[in-house]
Design a protein around this ligand. Structure first.
Ligand SMILES: [Zn+2]
Length: 103
């Protein structure tokens, strides 16, 4: 997106920090989606074993990974400037709390 104002030094830092966070968030989204799908397949009873491991064995680590993923996301997905949680938006342009430009 060309044509925007050239950001000042502080803005660039926030944008760079946000870019990193977004990258981590997107990378984590893929294994997290797989885990959530597995969770639903197992809890619905569609799958009762994967690679010889029964659902009783698979479910606890899957639940733990889901919880860890959510906790990590909760701490990662924050405004670099004011540390406010960015909510469910996957691609926010500005922080809804302090209004800093994120990208
Ligand atoms: Zn903010």
């Amino acid at each position: 997106m060309a044509g925007n104002d050239i950001p000042s030094g502080e803005d660039t830092q926030v944008i760079e920090a946000f870019k990193q966070k977004k990258k981590i968030q997107l990378i984590l989204l893929i294994p997290f989606a797989v885990i959530v799908i597995l969770f639903f397949l197992i809890t619905r009873g569609d799958v009762d074993n994967i690679g010889g491991l029964s659902s009783d064995v698979l479910l606890p680590p899957i639940v733990i990974l889901m919880v860890l993923g959510l906790i990590f996301s909760f701490f990662n997905w924050r405004c670099p400037a004011c540390k406010s949680y960015l909510g469910k938006t996957i691609n926010p342009k500005h922080c809804h709390n302090c209004g800093v430009k994120l990208q």
